[in-house]
Design a protein. Structure first.
Length: 93
């Protein structure tokens, strides 16, 4: 998967939201963000490409999942995913 076309947007979004962008996992190119709540519970947001479209995904490593096709800006879709994760974190409190 070639992320070159969206890397600048991802880096800008990561900086704006103070998140680290992971680009490698088990010798594979990936684009993902790891988050944790105050209790250390992990959450992940990641991007994949399928059927000629970018998708933004999120999960809580358990049962909650989010997947959305990026029809507009990848940054907007990432914002929606982050809002979902933030709501999951609030629900845990």
């Amino acid at each position: 998967m070639n992320f070159t076309s969206i890397d600048n947007e991802l880096l800008n979004w990561a900086k704006l939201n103070m998140l680290n962008l992971s680009t490698q996992y088990r010798d594979e190119d990936v684009r993902s963000f790891e988050l944790a709540d105050s209790n250390g519970n992990p959450y992940q947001i990641w991007i994949d490409y399928k059927n000629e479209a970018w998708y933004v995904n999120a999960w809580d490593y358990k049962k909650r999942k989010f997947r959305c096709k990026s029809n507009t800006s990848i940054q907007y879709t990432l914002d929606v995913a982050l809002e979902n994760v933030e709501q999951w974190i609030k629900d845990q409190a």
